[in-house]
Design a protein around this ligand. Structure first.
Ligand code: HLD
Length: 502
């Protein structure tokens, strides 16, 4: 609690309104930090719960979210902060395996604190000189890791927007007049191609950009979730036969559900043959570019892409959000999106305006997502990131080994290529049933019930989902630096404790 002299103060008694308010400001902010440190401590305490689940109506009753007419005291604000975190899911907890982005890297978090304090916009060098230069250095490093020594990149608000920027640049490259004249510049039906395992944001480009999802061809994948190149070529030829204009192919490097890697080189050959843009959505699998051991064969050929999406907030563990989109050809991004708003992007500035990035994107304001990545990269070094990637893959191999050792209780659906371990939990009553589609449908019905037990108990969170080949199954993601082999053992034991009687 705040000291007696400060506990009834309000926001108007601290900086900037009260120029004498530094002592109260400091005490208030240090108390906020204490609350955050408590959350960090319990996030890292394996005996603490990941969450205290309540249904939305009940949760609303537990919270006091109403917007008051007159402001509350600083003391109340501190209580508000504590209550908020009390009911927040601890995504940094070592037993949180639920999303592609797990974990809480504390250097990256410190970077986010500084980012918030600096509170600047990334559209011009004028107000973000250090951060703009950091973006240049980090994004160039990432392009080098892809295999390019040229090009341009930018951070976007998530992988979906990164994919959209790739789509827009591809269309601009092929039809530069589209920017001014729209569809009239094309004179035919544009068509894009992607695997049926891709992230839905690829398909949404077709609807957002006016192709219509009918013209986002979902190419069949094989049983390992890889796009079938011969099918891709067949479908391109089929569409050309209808007078359509194929222009864009997306290859996924690390699919969302099973973590599959499309064969990039084979796809690049087809794109070369038919003059199509190759985009690689490596939002999820891009982190393996940092690992000499695991980069090949999964990402072999990625340097042949025209654009690459890569989300450091996934495998690299940068804090949400941090998504990058990279282009082999420099100048495309700016020529595609530039609107030259004269109130921001004046060309008569005292510095080289190529450092103004706002005109490269369709956003105006752009959040500073680089500092937390740069600071984290400074803390780990590229070697540290390589070790991190190798560690995540080793833990995945450990989990596969343990599942195979406990094959009476767990059924491994396929060998993972990334850190997505896809499996069914086998409750006692099905253990003697031969594996069949009938048993799979029973196992699929069990997933939501077992997941509910996890969340109500609060000790474990593992995601489940169906896919186009099978009913619900668990998808375990190891992307948190907190996870150890003992946490994998806990996961398997806890699932059995919670689910054996299902
Ligand atoms: O950034 C993430 O954590 C993320 C992004 C997705 O699109 C899908 C998922 C997911 O399925 O966990 O996670």
């Amino acid at each position: 609690a705040l000291s007696r002299e400060h506990c009834n103060l309000k926001y108007s008694d601290i900086l900037p309104q009260n120029v004498e308010g530094y002592p109260a400001t400091k005490e208030f902010l240090m108390k906020v930090v204490d609350i955050l440190l408590d959350f960090i401590k319990s996030s890292n305490d394996r005996d603490s719960k990941i969450l205290e689940f309540h249904h939305p109506a009940d949760m609303l009753q537990l919270l006091d979210l109403e917007i008051p007419d007159s402001g509350v005291t600083l003391q109340q604000l501190l209580l508000d902060c504590s209550t908020t975190l009390k009911y927040q899911v601890k995504t940094g907890h070592p037993h949180f395996f639920n999303q592609l982005s797990c974990g809480l890297d504390l250097v990256s978090m410190a970077g986010e604190w500084l980012t918030a304090t600096a509170n600047t916009n990334m559209f011009t060098y004028e107000i973000a000189p250090v951060f703009i230069l950091m973006e240049h250095v980090v994004l160039q490093k990432m392009r080098e890791l892809i295999g390019w020594n040229t090009g341009d990149s930018i951070l976007a608000p998530g992988g979906s927007i990164s994919n959209l920027y790739a789509f827009l640049a591809a269309r601009h490259k092929m039809f530069p007049q589209y920017k001014e004249r729209g569809l009239a510049a094309v004179g035919g039906q544009l068509v894009m191609f992607t695997s049926d395992q891709c992230h839905y944001s690829v398909k949404s480009c077709a609807s957002v950009c006016g192709l219509g999802t009918d013209n986002c061809v979902m190419v069949p994948s094989d049983e390992r979730g890889h796009i079938i190149p011969s099918k891709l070529e067949e479908l391109i030829i089929e569409r050309k036969g209808k007078g359509h204009i194929p222009f864009f192919v997306n290859a996924t490097a690390g699919t969302t559900v099973i973590g599959a890697f499309d064969p990039i080189s084979d796809i690049a050959d087809i794109c070369e043959k038919y003059g199509l843009w190759l985009h690689v959505d490596a939002a999820w699998g891009g982190g393996l570019l940092l690992s000499k051991k695991y980069r090949h064969p999964r990402l072999t050929g990625i340097e042949r892409a025209d654009s690459v999406t890569w989300n450091p907030h996934k495998l690299m563990g940068a804090l949400l959000q941090c998504s990058s989109i990279h282009f082999k050809e420099d100048g495309l991004l700016i020529s595609c999106n530039q609107m030259s708003a004269e109130y921001l992007f004046m060309t008569d500035k005292l510095y080289d305006v190529k450092y103004d990035t706002g005109d490269k994107v369709i956003q105006c304001g752009r959040h500073n997502d680089i500092f937390k990545l740069w600071l984290q990269w400074r803390s780990k070094g590229t070697d540290g990131f390589e070790k991190h990637m190798n560690r995540l893959m080793e833990l995945t191999e450990y989990m596969v080994k343990r599942i195979k050792e406990m094959s009476d209780k767990f059924y491994l659906i396929l060998e993972p290529e990334l850190v997505n371990v896809c499996f069914w939990y086998l409750p006692t009553r099905v253990r003697n049933m031969p594996h069949s589609s009938q048993r799979e449908s029973i196992l699929g019905e069990i997933c939501p019930i077992l997941k509910a037990r996890m969340m109500e108990t609060g000790t474990l969170m593992v995601g489940y989902q169906p896919d186009d080949r099978r009913p619900n199954f668990f998808r375990n993601i190891i992307s948190s630096a907190a996870v150890k082999e003992s946490d994998i053992d806990f996961l398997l034991t806890e699932m059995d404790r919670l689910g054996h009687d299902l």
